[in-house]
Design a protein around this ligand. Sequence first.
Ligand SMILES: Cc1cc2nc3c(=O)[nH]c(=O)nc-3n(C[C@H](O)[C@H](O)[C@H](O)COP(=O)(O)OP(=O)(O)OC[C@H]3O[C@@H](n4cnc5c(N)ncnc54)[C@H](O)[C@@H]3O)c2cc1C
Ligand SMILES: *[C@@H]1O[C@H](CO)[C@@H](O)[C@H](O)[C@H]1NC(C)=O
Ligand SMILES: *[C@@H]1O[C@H](CO)[C@@H](O)[C@H](O)[C@H]1NC(C)=O
Ligand SMILES: *[C@@H]1O[C@H](CO)[C@@H](O)[C@H](O)[C@H]1NC(C)=O
Length: 341
Amino acid sequence: MAKAKIAVVGAGLIGLSTAVCISESISGCSVTVIADQFTPNTTSDVAAGVLIPHLDPDTPVHQQKKWFRETFDYLSLICNSSEASEAGIHLISGWQIFKTIPDAKTPFWSDVVLGFRSMTAKELKKFPQHQFGQAFTTLKCDCPPYLLWLEKRLKENGGQVQARKIEDLWELHSDYDIIVNCSGIGSRKLVGDLEIHPIRGQVLKVHAPWVKHFIRDGDGLTYIYPGIHIVTLGGTRQKDDWNLSPDPSTSKNIFDRCCSLEPSLQRAQDIKVRVGLRPSRSAVRLQKEILFRGNEQLLVVHNYGHSGGGFSTHQGTAREATQLVKEYIGTLEMSRFKAKL
Ligand SMILES: Cc1cc2nc3c(=O)[nH]c(=O)nc-3n(C[C@H](O)[C@H](O)[C@H](O)COP(=O)(O)OP(=O)(O)OC[C@H]3O[C@@H](n4cnc5c(N)ncnc54)[C@H](O)[C@@H]3O)c2cc1C
Ligand SMILES: *[C@@H]1O[C@H](CO)[C@@H](O)[C@H](O)[C@H]1NC(C)=O
Ligand SMILES: *[C@@H]1O[C@H](CO)[C@@H](O)[C@H](O)[C@H]1NC(C)=O
Ligand SMILES: *[C@@H]1O[C@H](CO)[C@@H](O)[C@H](O)[C@H]1NC(C)=O
């Protein structure tokens, strides 16, 4: 049978990881990633890329845990290989601290990360404003390196990449059999999934190579995440704010909040400001949808709406999207077989 032609819209973390997964697990198909922005200009490039799941209100917890575990285990293998530095994957240890004791002292992901435990009184002495904390080791994906590495793997598997803005997904109808929609916050504008909305995040990327330990305030606002070369300082969570320009007073506020947790950051150098829009939704949209126009149909798999936790779940959702693509290929083969009879 003819090769199935698959277009993946989006070249952020979700699009590239889904495209690589499809190209590795479905033989005899062609995969093309189409996007208007590539690394270093995607939301995924602004993120710190730390694997700490957020609780998605409308996705069952066992599902979120499965996605997290698959992602953590997959990245652990890369981290334990000679590819780790090129892929930008590394282990980091640190503390999540709370001003008031949280309801769940042991979050659902505690047995997926390494060495999860409550902080000792001695560790908590560093944070007089905080009453409780959790210590653990997790993984971090540095972007651009991780996105560049995924793109390289895709090309090694015969996949292609195309820079182009899609106004209407029917544009792809004549050239592709299946469309995978990984357009992040772009999905809102395209045909209007009004459930997806931005949660604006402003961060500072600084040079402070002596900082090796992560610190995250449990309120999710203030965090210090050391990467291989730079430290990401955050942040903000501004619902429905589309403004991509940095705000100087916010930068100062972020810097002060981080310095109060880690005073040595006063000497940080080379401070750059970045803004990204988290593609927020009550649940990730991971499903098939067949669109109709007259007697034509377009086979779509949606994989978007990863909110503030795309790095923590991307490999799990890429596998599930790949499974949905496989189901379509089964029906394509069947209809082509019938057409021949
Ligand atoms: C400040 C900040 C910090 C974060 N920190 C973390 C963290 O530590 N850990 C974590 O797990 N998550 C974090 N996140 C969340 C994470 O960044 C997202 O979940 C993830 O990047 C979403 O990836 P994506 O591929 O869906 O979107 P994007 O990276 O935005 O990619 C979308 C792609 O679709 C393309 N596209 C959209 N519309 C069109 C169109 N019409 N035509 C063509 N192409 C189109 C874009 O060009 C782009 O290539 C953070 C986010 C922010 C903003
Ligand atoms: C990223 O954006 C900048 C500024 O708009 C542009 O000059 C650059 O070519 C873009 N990079 C890529 C890889 O698209
Ligand atoms: C890490 O790599 C070593 C050497 O390749 C291997 O023996 C070991 O089983 C790996 N451990 C894990 C947890 O993957
Ligand atoms: C992505 O999904 C959204 C929501 O259904 C839709 O509006 C948009 O057209 C899709 N975009 C592409 C390029 O598939």
